[in-house]
Design a protein. Sequence first.
Length: 355
Amino acid sequence: MLQALPAAHPLVSGATSESPLITAYRGGKPSRRPVWFMRQAGRSLPEYREVRRGISMLDSCLKPELAAEITLQPVRRHDVDAGIFFSDIVIPLKLAGVGVDIVPGVGPVLEHPVRTADDVAKLPKLDWDALEPIREAVRLTVEQLGSTPLIGFAGAPFTLAAYMVEGRPSRDHLGPRTMMHADPDTWKALAQWAADASGLFLRAQLEAGASAAQLFDSWAGSLGLADYERFVAPASARALDPVRGLGAPLIHFGTGTSEILGAMHGVGVDVIGVDYRLPLGEANRRLGGTVPLQGNIDPALLSAPWEVLESHVREVIAAGESAPGHVLNLGHGVPPETDPEVLTRLVSLIHSIGY
Ligand code: 1CP
């Protein structure tokens, strides 16, 4: 494995290193306020629905040209400051050979839920070569993005394990939360397996040209601080080990995580993504005023009258001024029923607001 990014990498060649996104992630004030949206690629876009017709979600992630095209669609349409690589947190499972599918209207579903020590021992190891379609898709995307950075991502071990133990989406994630106390050795082995799979997935995206990486622990908010620190944080740190020290900013995001923000920062990241529940001023206070923030427009307001949305966005920007750097985003993903014209208008509003 390389110790540094290749010379042609956009962060090293200079193509993206001074971009508004990377500048804000590094704690600076860029020429314009950077914004991107979680789930900016997806069902809210008619051009996405068009190219996805007749192709399953996981297949579309593994066709490099299609994945690149879908990643670029929202960048072209909205003038956002970053692309987020079109893929899914369960792609490393699929490429390792785990039986998993994304069922329309449901989400990730596993053929065999992983519940016992034996189930964990039988998990196949993810091979670097299996990630070639991902590296190819990233290369194609980055070529076309030019000076706009691509953000790579992966699921954090707890969020991945939540799907693996339950076998499907769940509300309270009881399965993994029971396992960590009832059978801590099996939990640790599972969390480490998930960390290694996500770590390799992140590494592949960064080596192929992504300029930043976001670890999604979407469901970490179902954990109390003590459980998070004891059973989850070490595995999340391990997932990031393959991409530390490369110069690419690392972002950590989850929902309902107001009480564990400091611990999420403690796994060793540069930026904290804040969900819509906690005002950015308070998030900044909890993090000691030293951590660049990303967030946290309430996705529910995307369907409110424009004046309501605009005044909310201005509040978010004002609250973000307290942090050492701020990248605008939603407090969770774009809802599929969002009018894409609202997103375009929102980007232009954000870019028009000076410091
Ligand atoms: O057919 C479709 O369009 C299916 C919907 C869809 C999409 C567009 C899924 C199924 N995954 C994705 C792409 C995706 N997933 C991206 C790239 C697109 C972008 O952000 O613009 C990313 C970053 C993810 C990451 C992801 N997948 C997360 C973390 C982010 C989050 O939203 O919290 C999670 C939890 C998943 C699991 C997943 N995959 C798909 C769905 C519907 C879900 C959630 C299921 C649940 O509610 O538990």
